[in-house]
Write a protein that binds this ligand. Structure first.
Ligand code: MN
Length: 316
């Protein structure tokens, strides 16, 4: 995924370090391609970051006819991991390391951008199922920000029941379950699916902050209704949460320890140092080798927006 050309704002993403009551926020509608609008849960003015999670897009379900138009041309990333998960449909990931990996429902793609990578995400035209999924970005801690880029594909994630709701652990660990995804910070991402109305009690870590992103159906948390295309921020200092599911409901739990200092996000770049964003913008513009080439992709790359002038002088 990429942020659109018009998403040219620099975002200061700070975790919510304070305890607080649950707060329900609406997702933003954002154009991803000319054919596809996504629901962006974070970042938003009222919820910048949850643990290291600095970006959550929920897309679809998109009908097969439109799904075939899904095509995100090569674009760069630094300083983050992208986690891609499909409820249904199929995508093809292509990157500058030479990976060409189909992603099917139930599988997990994890791309660690580190010091720089570029990739493209395109629809698999053979697959007629509606495209429905999630992409999450996790900021890398300062120590790993400039690590070598890597790509992982996992065919299975831990799948288990929590009081009747089916949980799939994408990142981190829950009780005795552990995700195979590489992870550089104490954090979790877990989908929750319930066909029937029921209540599940989730165990939480008081030192984590959490949010629940509702993708389909409705949940009730702390007596508040949270509908599809809404997120409830739970704050920290909780050891559990009760989630009341409605019929045919899908949600995503994200959480983690807050970062000690804020990260800055501009376009598809994340860093705790603004000058690294400026350098990445310049390097992409100048076709520097750090971002490589996505050889398997037919077509033009995404050039990206102009780096804001007022930020070029910042940094240490
Ligand atoms: Mn991307």
């Amino acid at each position: 995924m990429t942020r659109a050309q018009q998403d040219n704002d620099i975002e200061q993403c700070e975790s919510e370090l304070i305890e607080r009551d649950s707060t329900v926020i609406n997702h933003l509608r954002r154009p991803l391609t000319p054919w596809l609008t996504v629901d962006r849960a974070i970042p938003q003015r009222t919820l910048r970051m949850v643990g290291p999670w600095c970006f959550v897009d929920h897309f679809g379900p998109v009908a097969a006819a439109d799904y075939q138009a899904f095509d995100v041309a090569p674009h760069p990333h630094i300083g983050l991991q992208t986690i891609t998960w499909l409820f249904s449909g199929q995508l093809l990931h292509l990157d500058s390391l030479g990976n060409e990996q189909p992603l099917r429902a139930g599988e997990l793609n994890v791309m660690t951008a580190g010091k720089g990578i570029s990739h493209a995400e395109v629809a698999d035209v053979q697959n007629q199922a509606p495209l429905h999924g999630l992409q999450l970005w996790s900021a890398l801690p300062l120590k790993q920000e400039q690590c070598e880029p890597t790509f992982e594909h996992h065919r299975q994630c831990p799948l288990f029941s929590i009081n009747g709701a089916m949980a799939t652990l994408l990142v981190g660990h829950y009780e005795n379950y552990r995700s195979p995804a590489s992870c550089y910070h104490p954090q979790i991402a877990m989908t929750l699916t319930s066909q029937q109305p029921q209540t599940s009690k989730l165990h939480l870590k008081p030192e984590f902050e959490y949010a629940l992103v509702v993708c389909q159906g409705r949940i009730y948390v702390d007596g508040k209704a949270v509908n599809a295309q809404q997120t409830v921020a739970l704050g920290s200092s909780r050891s559990s949460v009760h989630i009341e599911f409605s019929t045919d409901t899908r949600a995503l739990l994200i959480g983690g320890e807050p970062f000690p200092q804020p990260v800055t996000m501009w376009w598809n770049f994340v860093s705790q140092k603004v000058e690294r964003l400026a350098q990445a913008a310049k390097d992409w513009q100048q076709h520097q080798p750090r971002f490589g080439n996505v050889r398997g992709y037919q077509g033009k790359r995404i050039e990206g927006p102009e780096f804001p002038n007022n930020l070029k002088q910042q940094g240490d």
